[in-house]
Design a protein around this ligand. Structure first.
Ligand SMILES: [Zn+2]
Ligand SMILES: [Zn+2]
Length: 330
């Protein structure tokens, strides 16, 4: 799907600029400013910017630390620590990222009761995949520019780039503000999300300290490092592999695919063509064999009246996605 996904009160589409856009005198100026801001955002994600001078050394150091910790984890093997890591992986990746960050915050596929929304967002924070504002705004850019220039992580710029390389590109505070203003103004107004924006690293470091205090090195390496690294790569597979391999249920204007093993590893996110075709629908399983584990959790929350306004439409097999266009290169 080539158009951006947005909740009703936000604006993520590409604004037309020019005399045909409006006849009012003030509006063209505003639209030009908005278009310039949006272009600044897209340029900030450009692969051509990556060089030794533009590497984000904080992100690189964090990634190296987590991966070294993951590689060291087998030397501190403990079944209890592994069990905790498996449980935390589901909690942070499926409940935190897939349900909280992605389907609730980024796409507004349902509403959550306030305490549940706080909890799922906190779980997403503990995944280490970025603050909820950064994750959601960047993801909206992905939907708005999918597999075109400006897409933060398209495999068209290389598999390595789409999987992990794009994360190492340093982006300025000005870029971050423009990103939030252009792509997530609704979320940027949310006090809870602003709170997590300011305290993001404290939660991650604090959680690591608690894990070490409870279970020593084995719980720190398994419950934090290995769990986070495995979560990273399963999530990143959606950006890389699910835009390269797999089958399509729908014609979309990007290269999104349904990839069964990514669907299993990433708690349902691997049915990526379904999602790009119908971004707001909460269930990513559109055929009987497509298992969407995160959707099961959403159904439980709906049964408990903790999730409401759930967009549970399943399109028919011949449905044409809104904004979707037929492609010939698949
Ligand atoms: Zn995608
Ligand atoms: Zn999405």
């Amino acid at each position: 799907m080539s158009t951006a996904t947005r909740p009703p009160d936000s604006s993520c589409s590409e604004n037309p600029v020019g005399p045909q856009a409006t006849t009012a005198t003030a509006q063209p100026v505003q639209k030009s400013a908005a278009a310039a801001e949006r272009q600044l955002v897209l340029d900030g994600f450009s692969r051509s910017r990556l060089s030794l001078k533009t590497i984000d050394w904080v992100v690189l150091s964090w990634m190296v630390t987590m991966h070294v910790g993951c590689l060291a984890a087998p030397f501190f093997f403990d079944w209890r620590a592994v069990a905790v890591a498996v449980g935390l992986h589901w909690l942070t990746c499926s409940i935190g990222v897939c349900l909280g960050y992605h389907r609730c915050l980024s796409h507004g596929s349902f509403r959550l009761a306030a305490p549940v929304r706080f909890f799922t967002t906190l779980c997403g924070v503990l995944s280490g995949e970025g603050s909820p504002l950064m994750w959601s705004a960047t993801h909206r850019v992905h939907h708005g520019r999918s597999d075109q220039d400006g897409d933060p992580h398209s495999p068209k710029h290389g598999v390595f780039w789409s999987h992990i390389g794009w994360l190492f590109l340093h982006r300025s505070a000005e870029h971050r503000e423009a990103l939030y203003h252009s792509y997530a103004p609704d979320l940027a107004r949310d006090p809870m999300l602003r709170f997590f924006e300011k305290t993001y690293m404290l939660w991650l470091v604090g959680f690591a300290v608690v894990m070490y205090a409870i279970g020593g090195w084995s719980l720190l390496l398994w419950g934090v490092c290995a769990r986070i690294v495995i979560g990273y790569h399963t999530t990143w597979l959606i950006n890389s592999a699910s835009h390269i391999r797999g089958y399509c249920n729908y014609h979309t204007s990007d290269n999104s695919r349904n990839l069964w093993w990514a669907g299993l590893l990433a708690y349902g996110e691997g049915w990526h063509n379904n999602h790009h075709a119908w971004p707001r629908i909460a269930c990513y399983s559109h055929r009987w064999w497509e298992l969407d584990i995160t959707w099961q959790a959403i159904k439980v929350l709906r049964f408990l009246h903790l999730a409401t306004d759930v967009d549970d439409r399943i399109p028919s097999a011949d449905a044409v996605p809104p904004g979707g266009s037929l492609r010939t290169n698949r």
